[in-house]
Design a protein around this ligand. Sequence first.
Ligand SMILES: [Zn+2]
Ligand SMILES: [Zn+2]
Length: 318
Amino acid sequence: MSCAVMTPPVLAAPPAPTLRAHGQGRPCVITRRATFSASHRYWLPELSPEENASRFGPCSLAPGHGHNYELIVAMGGGLDGDGMVLNLSDVKHAIRREVTGQLDFRFLNEVWPDFDLERPGGRLPTTEALVLAIWQRLAPHLPLMGLRLYETSTLWADVLDDSMEAFLTIRSHFAAAHRLARPELSQDENEAIYGKCARPHGHGHNYLLDVTVRGRIDARTGMVADLAVLQQLVEDLVVEPFDHTFLNKDVAHFGQCVPTAENIALHIADLLQAPIASTGASLHKVRLQESPNNAAEVFAEAPLLGMRPLALDALAAV
Ligand SMILES: [Zn+2]
Ligand SMILES: [Zn+2]
């Protein structure tokens, strides 16, 4: 599918505006951010110490380690007579009462029964298991559209409902040079299309690569995919072969295909799709940020989701 022409996203037309006071009745999505710090440990009592160490690496070390978590809560609904979906003060108190007040400065394995590993139904407090547990506590109180939980700036999980399905994203980085030019065109023609990017000796970027997988949260490990395996796949198939290269010459695919951000993202999706499928999860999205000013996103589950993120489907259903 490299160099393929993608059709633009088709978004539902917004409803005709009404002239009610304060927008009353019109739908809107709002978000609220909250933070907490907590510790956890990945240790399954049914495994030997050696098995725990080999499966979970440093995450298995006693007594555990901690993260500064960041939670994004998206909520949707019609505006009330005051011009609000919800009173943000109520939202803040609900999040504090149900989530951050219970988790902040706590050991996750002990604070909620979801993560009591001595129970048969207990699961490891992974990012995706934690965001699902948060959904289950907030859903009775807030009109949730989606939740995102950042464990670090390079690892986060999203849930869009209370099924066991979650999206897990890992962020990687590589530096590479490229030149945008089609070999069959003259230099003048290429500069007319690609501007400075067609200059003959190339230029470079620090690329940020976000790989999102979708899958079912395992009832015991709390994972949609083995995180270490996922990180190793991205490292072996993309970061190592792309980092500190001149893409046009050092990555065979780009000998024929102009390495625009779009084409690099598509190629990365092609490289990762089958190997990620072998982990039990599905490659959902590749986002490649070339600079602070531009990024390309490829939704790899086409035609199931096409260019429309699942979140937008949920939003459109309000
Ligand atoms: Zn951790
Ligand atoms: Zn460039």
